[in-house]
Design a protein around this ligand. Structure first.
Ligand code: ADP
Ligand code: MG
Length: 290
C-alpha cells in the first residue's frame, strides 16, 4: 500500500517482477512524429521515472499537444520507440490521467464540480452506476476533491466556478483513478499568476509526494520552474531534453533553433527567453535544427 496515495500494492505479474526497479514510467527513444505528411519533431530521447516532473516546452504549433497524443496512443510515433508503463502507448490508459488543453465551461452549465470529477471514474461505463460501487466511488471523489483543495466549491455548478477552481476540479478528475502517469496539456493557461503558482505547487506535490510521473505541456516555464526535474524543448525537426539548467540556456536553445536565442535571468529568478522562433511555418521554409 502506498502510504500517501492509498494505492493498494498491486500483485505484479511475474514478467514485471523481473523488471528493473528503475524501469522508466515513460520512455521515448529517438521518437519522431508526422502529421499531415510533415515531421513535427524528431530525435526525442526522454525517460521519466515515477515521481518525476517533466515539462514539454516550445513555440506554439511545434507539436507539444501532439506529443501528449502520442503518449496516449491516439497518434503513432513515426519513428523510434515509445513506451508507457513498459507497454505500447494506449495499452494502459486506465493507469494514465489526462487533462486536455483548456476548454471553457459555459457559465450556465449546471453540472456540479463533483460530477465533473466523477466522470473520471465513469469514463468506462458512461455514468451507469455499477452495483456496489456507489459508496466507494463517492468516497474516492470526496478524497480527491479534498486533495486538490476544492471541497469548498465542488458542490457548485462548474460554470459558476472561477478558472482556477475549474482547473483544480479537472485535475481532480484526472487523478480520481489514482493514475501512475499524469499528462497535463497547458493546465496553467488562462489562470492568473497566484493561481498559476498555486496549481503548479499542487501538481508538484502530487508528483513528488505521491510518486506520480507528471508530463506537463507549458507555454511559460516560470510558474513550474522550481518544481521541475526535467524539461524537453521541442523545435521544428529537433528536440533537446535535460535538466532546466542544462536545456534552458542561450547556447542550447540557439543550437536547437538554429537562430540566436538569449536566455535572461531576472533578479527574482525568472527566465526570459528572447528570440525563440514563433510557430513554425507550415508551408516550406524548414530549417534544420542543431
Ligand atoms: N491530425 C492532424 N493533422 C494535420 N495536422 C495536425 C494534426 N494535429 C495537429 N496538427 C498540426 O500539427 C502542429 C502541432 O500541433 P500541436 O501539437 O497542437 O502544437 P502545440 O501543442 O505545440 O501548440 C500544428 O501545426 C497543427 O496544426
Ligand atoms: Mg497544444
Amino acid at each position: 500500500m502506498n502510504p500517501i496515495t492509498g494505492t493498494p500494492a498491486k500483485p505484479t505479474a511475474p514478467a514485471q517482477q523481473t523488471a528493473e526497479p528503475s524501469q522508466p514510467v515513460l520512455e521515448l527513444r529517438d521518437a519522431a512524429v508526422r502529421v499531415g505528411g510533415r515531421t513535427l519533431w524528431s530525435g526525442v530521447d526522454l525517460q521519466v521515472q515515477a515521481g518525476e516532473f517533466v515539462a514539454v516546452l516550445g513555440p506554439n504549433g511545434v507539436g507539444k499537444s501532439t506529443m501528449v497524443k502520442v503518449l496516449l496512443g491516439v497518434l503513432p510515433a513515426a519513428a523510434g520507440e515509445v513506451r508507457v508503463l513498459g507497454e505500447r502507448p494506449g495499452q494502459v490508459n486506465q493507469r494514465v490521467g489526462y487533462l486536455p488543453q483548456r476548454r471553457n465551461f459555459d457559465a450556465g452549465l449546471r453540472i456540479r464540480g463533483l460530477d465533473v470529477v466523477r466522470l473520471g471514474l465513469d469514463g468506462d461505463h458512461w455514468g451507469i452506476p455499477l452495483p456496489g460501487r456507489g459508496r466507494r466511488d463517492r468516497e474516492r471523489v470526496a478524497e480527491v476533491v479534498d486533495l486538490v483543495g476544492a471541497s469548498a466549491y465542488a458542490h457548485r455548478p462548474i460554470g459558476q466556478c472561477s478558472g482556477g477552481e475549474q482547473q483544480r476540479l479537472l485535475i481532480a478528475q484526472a487523478l480520481v483513478r489514482r493514475p501512475e502517469v499524469l499528462l497535463l496539456d497547458e493546465p496553467l493557461d488562462s489562470l492568473d499568476l497566484p493561481n498559476q503558482s498555486a496549481v503548479a505547487a499542487l501538481i508538484g506535490r502530487i508528483c513528488h509526494q505521491q510518486g506520480v510521473a507528471v508530463v506537463m505541456v507549458a507555454h511559460d516555464v516560470n510558474p513550474i520552474l522550481h518544481h521541475l526535474d526535467r524539461v524537453v524543448y521541442l523545435a521544428e525537426g529537433g528536440a533537446v531534453a535535460g535538466t532546466p539548467a542544462e536545456v534552458i540556456t542561450s547556447e542550447t536553445l540557439t543550437r536547437l533553433y538554429g537562430t540566436p536565442v538569449e536566455v535572461l535571468r531576472t533578479s527574482d529568478g525568472r527566465l526570459v527567453v528572447v528570440g525563440q522562433p514563433e510557430a513554425p511555418s507550415t508551408h516550406g521554409g524548414h530549417h534544420a535544427a542543431g
